[in-house]
Design a protein around this ligand. Structure first.
Ligand code: URA
Ligand code: CA
Length: 436
């Protein structure tokens, strides 16, 4: 369906605050994806949409047009309810590496397409590539076959699935139009539906390390994600979890795989473990293998305790060509050769972190990319040793940094120190969940 308006007229309508028809939204999305609408025109339309907003109907129309912009993955040959979990981006968020094998070991299939890290946030694909031999490229047939036999496969987002999102997101990233609720909703929900999900579990991050800095913004985003997903026929569940400090203790790709393995062994950081059990319990209920969350929790805890989750991780890694011995020998995960211990000169307590700043420090060590075509150092990053509430005295170890070039340490260390807030009086840790 095409609108009779020119792109210039469509931009003018949004600039003047009109509500587009579904046909007009379709004309913008398909025109831009096809290359008929120029980058400068889409940039102008996006800024108009950012400033004037999109109505609920416009957001649904945009999401639906994005789903139809490319191939839609068909997961119907995999038995059961296919649930995709998505986090709105965080620091030290190793959840997928733990959650995917955890729920797969309990009978919920995981057929996931994932992305790479950008800026201060990490990406699941980069983390998986820190496992020697692991391949994130599988043919569509091998992807489906692996989910049927192992229960889990995670691959790179393929360029022909939701091409509209890839083009629009890249443009938003350089035109200051990322933090818009309707644009974020269109991006996330369209990707999940085009990827074949029956149901979507969303972990909306709140705090300094997240897009949504306040609880009320995060709540508004969660409500709109749920509404649009349901209007398009998908079961959507949202939780809101804290990003006022990094989720885990490791920031960097090989370091985060190490942390994921420790968590699967039941020896991981408490918040990461708790988040995986809480999300896993919800996925077991959404996938109808547990009748309620209490049963879901019991099953997840049992899968950690009896080694089934770790065993599914081994089979998953091996199926994608990776060295599954990393599950038993963490020294197989290569860390960058230069090591610096970062200590404090202060006496007191850790009052808080700027999680984005911690992510930036890791990026400066080589663990992340500033632009999408930057190279990444999979062995670089930082291992934290303190949480909010930790007691400090002069000489206390704050973190250990890893880099391939020792010249990177000084700037990264300054960035890290700037991201740690201290207090003279005892501090209690923030709650992990803002809302379940
Ligand atoms: N994550 C996405 O996938 N898209 C957005 O627009 C923001 C966060
Ligand atoms: Ca940017």
């Amino acid at each position: 369906m095409s609108s009779s308006l020119t792109f210039e007229e469509l931009i003018e309508r949004k600039r003047n605050g009109y509500e587009h028809s579904a046909e007009e939204i379709e004309a913008v999305v398909s025109g831009y994806t096809a290359g008929d609408m120029a980058d400068y025109q889409m940039a102008a339309w996006l800024m108009a949409a950012f400033l004037n907003g999109l109505s609920g109907d416009e957001t649904v129309a945009m999401t639906s047009a994005m789903v139809r912009s490319g191939r839609q993955v068909d997961l119907s040959s995999i038995p059961g309810i296919k649930i995709d979990k998505h986090s709105t981006g965080g620091v030290a968020d190793t959840t997928t590496l733990v959650l995917a094998p955890l729920v797969a070991s309990c009978g919920v299939p995981v057929a996931k397409m994932s992305g790479r890290g950008l800026g201060h946030t990490g990406g699941t694909l980069d983390k998986l590539e820190a496992i020697p031999g692991f391949s994130v490229e599988l043919s569509p047939e091998d992807f489906l076959a692996q989910v049927r036999s192992v229960g889990v496969a995670v691959i790179a987002q393929s360029p022909d699935v939701d091409p509209a999102d890839k083009k629009i997101y890249a443009l938003r990233d350089v035109t200051a139009t990322v933090p818009s609720i309707p644009l974020i909703v269109g991006s996330i929900i369209s990707k999940k539906i085009a990827g074949g999900a029956d149901a979507i579990l969303l972990d909306v991050k709140v705090g300094s390390g997240a897009f949504m800095k306040t609880e009320s913004d995060a709540r508004a985003l969660a409500a709109e994600l749920t509404r649009v997903g349901r209007e398009l026929g998908r079961d959507v569940v949202c939780v809101m979890s804290d990003m006022d400090q990094p989720l885990g203790m490791a920031v960097g790709n090989a370091l985060e795989v190490r942390e994921a393995v420790e968590t699967l062994r039941g020896e991981g950081p408490q918040e990461l473990t708790e988040l995986c059990i809480a999300l896993g319990a919800k996925m077991l209920v959404m996938g109808r293998v547990a009748s309620d969350e209490a049963e879901g929790r019991r099953r997840c805890e049992a899968a950690f305790a009896d080694g089934r989750a770790l065993d599914t991780f081994r089979r998953w890694i091996a199926a994608q060509g990776g060295n599954a011995k990393v599950a038993d020998d963490l020294t197989l995960l290569k860390l960058a050769p230069h090591v610096r211990e970062v200590r404090t000169a202060a006496t007191g307590f850790v009052a808080g972190f700027d999680a984005e700043g911690i992510g930036r420090a890791a990026m400066m060590l080589g663990a992340g990319r500033a632009t999408t075509d930057d190279a990444i150092d999979l062995g670089a990053g930082l291992q934290m040793h303190v949480r909010v509430g930790s007691r400090l005295e002069p000489g206390s170890l704050l973190c250990t940094m890893y880099a391939s070039d020792a010249a990177l340490f000084d700037d990264a260390q300054r960035r890290f120190h700037a991201a740690v807030r201290l207090s003279d009086v005892a501090v209690t840790a923030p709650p992990l969940f803002h809302d379940l």
